[in-house]
Design a protein around this ligand. Sequence first.
Ligand SMILES: *Cc1c(COP(=O)(O)O)cnc(C)c1O
Length: 343
Amino acid sequence: MTATIDVRSDTVTRPGPAMLEAMMRAEVGDDVFGEDPTVNALQAKAAALFGKAAALFCPSGTMTNQLAIKLHTQPGDEVLCDQLAHVYLYEGGGIAFNSGCSVRLLAGDRGRFTATQVVENLNRREDAHYPRSRLVAVENTVNKGGGACWDLAEIRRIRAACDAHDLALHLDGARLFNALVAKGEDARAYGELFDTISICLSKGLGAPVGSLLLGSREHIARAHRLRKVFGGGMRQAGYLAAAGLYALEHHVARLADDHRKARHVGAELARLPYVAEVLPVETNIVIFRLQGSVAEEALMAHLRAHGVAAVTMGPRLVRFVFHLDVSDAQVEALLAAVRAFRA
Ligand SMILES: *Cc1c(COP(=O)(O)O)cnc(C)c1O
């Protein structure tokens, strides 16, 4: 019996022996006092990588995003983001709950909107009827867009629009490293364009826990206080930060391998009679739509019976995510399972 082929998410990875060894050896201290040397080293490394002044280690990407939204807004302000955005769909209504903001949803192309859409959806500040547009949030790669990557040129235009209209710009970069590897981009290009950036260590990078918020010294000092208020101050967090350091050193370039597997599976799915459409595969995520006559529950049950765990993303939409715990042999077993399905 082979282990379950778990393509539900790239969050399901477990630390391997070398990462565990790094965690066991971590030097730690009380991070609420700023005294954990491993947390400090991780924060310094990530900030330097993006050319940002400072970084803050947090328990989750939801927390780093929500801290950023809180940093940039006042209650009653409005946040602009795509209709597929994680900050809007999958953070428990946190924009309203934590920051008291309303949201203007933009209808982008697989989660990627344009500077023109931002400008067309701004509220006039001087008119008291409207909530004040205050923050634009970009997600790269776009999870619900099938791992879609942004065009840096469009982000530059959005930055210019934000500068012209006094808006802050935040990046939900939960899977930014996938985009950097797929497009051969430099992290510093993103550091220059965004006021704050959230990156996840617990997705494709394979750490068990942790995300980082990057920004200016002032932003991160305020975020440090807010993290305490949100209940996210951790003590000997260096054991977790050590996994993050290991991931940044050893698990970035290998993301290309996940992308290769995803492309291969995407191409094979496109040949199947019961698959209506496969979203373009750009990184480690494959989202495909079933023909109208096929119920996603039937496919999910078939996959479970063949030892494959996946998730649905809506009616007739199924997602596979590739990560460092999916072997080539498991990719072939997954393909055998999808080929054997009779709708
Ligand atoms: C996973 C994810 C996050 C953060 O999720 P946590 O589970 O809270 O770490 C944020 N944005 C995107 C796009 C994600 O996929």
